[in-house]
Design a protein around this ligand. Structure first.
Ligand code: AHM
Ligand code: MG
Length: 341
């Protein structure tokens, strides 16, 4: 991974734009506004311990989970900043049940932004890394009288034109792909700019880390138990046992494994009969990170095939997720699909 200092995210986006003769600049405008939103969220996250912004609001969101104040803040901020830029026909947020329309007073565009405004919300109160995840699709419907259809958002992940995340960690980072490799930028707080710090990130083909919430072991089927047992079992030849790392913030767990190699898993479980496919959401978590990992040479699977090939049925669909180093995810697939056991 090469490192070049001093290149701002805007310069990088513009240079990518120039390489694509069909680019109109719409996409650059969109990402630039999202970056502004993330800088503001980052500032709020940093002062979370100081302001009266901590703790639960007492509300329950569409995922039937407790909403944190910073989730609400980040969600509103992204919607308010993104709705006026004229590049979107609609948005979809983890925190909102339906697709979000662009108010009539603003111009519309041809992109759809799907996002998880503040991922890892159980970690907000305890000063642990959290993040914002995003994926962008191009509108496919062409009705002139309707701004968008649900099918514009429910596209297979491989059709995303860009995806990435912001990580609010010991530093704030933006990692994104627009289909031309994965690039990481670190926010220099004194300058207020994201500068290129991780150019063309490649994930190791095989890792040494497995990341999973193992307290769910009792709720897994035998194939999943065998898979996790495999990573824990000693075998010198294949470099096992792997070491275990689990933050409980997907962005943080994913980012670490992207740089160091390894596998993150959120398998299907029988903990809650209403959520047989595990906890994570296809549209705002699995798909964007699957595009990132694939562009970095890794792989993401639901245990039976590529995440990016899944045809979504609903906006808040949950999906089992195995993501990270290609060889490790392929092993997971072999266990889950029953080829190995
Ligand atoms: P959130 O988007 O509501 O924060 O939920 C998603 C988070 C992920 O960041 C993380 O990987 C997972 O939930 C942790 O879940 P668990 O506490 O069940 O291990
Ligand atoms: Mg969330």
């Amino acid at each position: 991974m090469a490192k070049r200092a001093g290149i701002t995210i805007t310069q990088h986006l513009l240079s990518q734009q120039r390489e694509n003769p069909e680019a109109t600049g719409a996409f650059t405008i969109l990402l630039n506004e999202l970056i502004v939103a993330a800088k503001i969220i980052s500032k709020e996250v940093n002062k979370a311990g100081l302001a009266d912004i901590l703790g639960a609001t007492g509300e329950i969101n569409v995922q039937e989970e407790q909403v944190q104040k910073l989730d609400v803040y980040a969600n509103r901020l992204i919607i308010e900043r993104m709705q006026h830029i004229g590049q979107l026909c609609c948005m979809g947020s983890e925190e909102i049940a339906d697709l979000i329309d662009i108010p009539n007073k603003y111009p519309k565009g041809n992109y759809i932004l799907l996002f998880d405004p503040l991922d890892g919300s159980s970690n907000i109160d305890v000063n642990i890394s959290i993040g914002t995840i995003f994926g962008i699709f191009r509108k496919v419907s062409d009705h002139t009288d309707i701004n968008f259809l649900l099918s514009d958002a429910l596209q297979q992940g491989y059709k995303q034109v860009a995806a990435g995340y912001f990580l609010y960690g010991s530093s704030t980072m933006m990692v994104y792909t627009a289909g031309n490799g994965v690039h990481g930028f670190t926010l220099y707080p004194s300058v207020g700019e994201f500068l290129l710090s991780h150019e063309n990130i490649r994930i190791p083909e095989k890792g040494k880390i497995y990341s999973v919430n193992e307290s769910n072991y009792q709720y897994w089927d035998d194939k999943t138990k065998a898979l996790v047992d495999y990573f824990k079992t000693k075998d010198k030849e294949t470099g096992r046992p792997y070491t275990s790392r689990y933050v409980g913030s997907l962005v943080a767990d994913f980012h670490r494994n992207l740089l160091k190699g390894g596998i993150f898993m959120y398998p299907a479980d029988m903990k809650d009969p209403k959520k047989p496919h595990g906890k994570l959401r296809l549209m705002v978590e699995a798909n964007p990170l699957a595009m990132v990992v694939q562009q970095a040479g890794g792989y993401a699977s639901d245990g039976n095939g590529p995440i990016l090939q899944l045809q979504p049925n609903e906006l808040h669909q949950r999906v089992p997720l195995y993501i990270g180093s290609k060889k490790d995810v392929e092993i997971a697939e072999e266990f889950i699909s029953g080829k190995r056991g």
